[in-house]
Design a protein around this ligand. Structure first.
Ligand SMILES: Cc1cc2nc3c(=O)[nH]c(=O)nc-3n(C[C@H](O)[C@H](O)[C@H](O)COP(=O)(O)O)c2cc1C
Length: 270
């Protein structure tokens, strides 16, 4: 077997190649060295994001780099008091963007205002919002992996949706642009353990869906695994299973302002 082949062949449990090793080494980083990322690397990261697949080739993504210190401090607070949003060398806000498409269409010589009353807001469909959101996720995860390949660490920040209206105003986002999450990027100043994921048999099925009650034993074991993980990671301060964590989340109203906000931006209205 030649070297290249040897590098990519493996048993089901072992490490496969550099890409898979990198992907499996992921853990969120929330403490960064005060060492800046050079602009060529930042550009590479964004270009890697742009290389992701994009629904119907719409490229419905815009990324805003927040360098203004005051805005950073505001974002950290709006995200629920997450200090790394302020201290990370880079903080990017990933937006679903249908505004660019709307403008470009309006500039076409052949453009006729749409007369069909069902289609006079072609970007207001929930489907358009879903595809734009998917695009953003794929773009951002490519950025994350590219950053990690450069020895950087990342943390997604969905917390910015806590005060999405403020974030939108601070970034001067027009209609049809929605900030979905931020991302802190920098050189890690911590080395947390990887967070165990569900066993594959709980997420990967063949031909038909398998209900959770069918693999309850596996879930129970995973619950204990996560409980142990939290106890170790927090030196006993947090002791909860994954199911208990889910129950807490289900009992909390999560960002009930989202639908109103999306509608105010002209998205997901029907
Ligand atoms: C879209 C998204 C939003 C997230 N928002 C936050 C956040 O606001 N703050 C935070 O500390 N972590 C955030 N995370 C990180 C998750 O908590 C983390 O990925 C998860 O607990 C698994 O841990 P790991 O990334 O270390 O494997 C977010 C992750 C994703 C994918």
């Amino acid at each position: 077997m030649n070297d290249a082949k040897a590098k990519t062949s493996a048993t089901s449990e072992s490490v496969k190649n550099d890409t898979i090793t990198l992907l499996q080494a992921h853990r969120s980083i929330r403490r960064f060295k005060q060492k800046s990322i050079n602009s060529a690397d930042l550009k590479l990261i964004i270009k890697a994001g742009q290389a992701a697949a994009t629904s119907s080739f719409c490229q419905s993504v815009s990324v805003i780099r927040v360098t203004d210190e005051y805005k950073r401090a505001q974002m950290a607070e709006w995200a629920g008091g997450q200090p790394y949003v302020q201290s990370a060398p880079e903080f990017l806000v990933f937006c679903a963007d249908l505004s660019r498409a709307k403008y470009l269409i309006s500039q076409l010589d052949s453009h006729q205002p749409l007369s069909d009353s069902n289609n006079d807001e072609p970007f207001a469909w929930t489907e358009q919002f879903i595809t734009a959101t998917l695009d953003v996720g794929l773009f951002a995860q490519n950025c994350a992996v590219a950053a990690q390949s450069l020895d950087l660490g990342i943390c997604y920040i969905g917390g910015i949706r806590n005060q999405i209206q403020n974030v939108s105003r601070a970034l001067e986002l027009p209609d049809l642009v929605v900030p979905l999450f931020g991302m802190c990027i920098g050189y890690p100043d911590q080395s947390p353990d990887r967070k165990p994921r569900l066993p594959t048999e709980a997420v990967f099925f063949e031909n038909t869906y398998v209900a959770a009650k069918e693999y309850e034993q596996v879930s129970n074991e995973y619950d204990q695994h996560i409980k142990h993980y939290y106890e170790q990671r927090t030196k006993g301060k947090l002791s909860q299973t994954w199911s208990e964590q889910l129950a807490k989340q289900a009992a909390t109203q999560t960002r009930p302002h989202m639908q109103t906000f999306l509608h105010s931006k002209g998205m997901a209205k029907r």
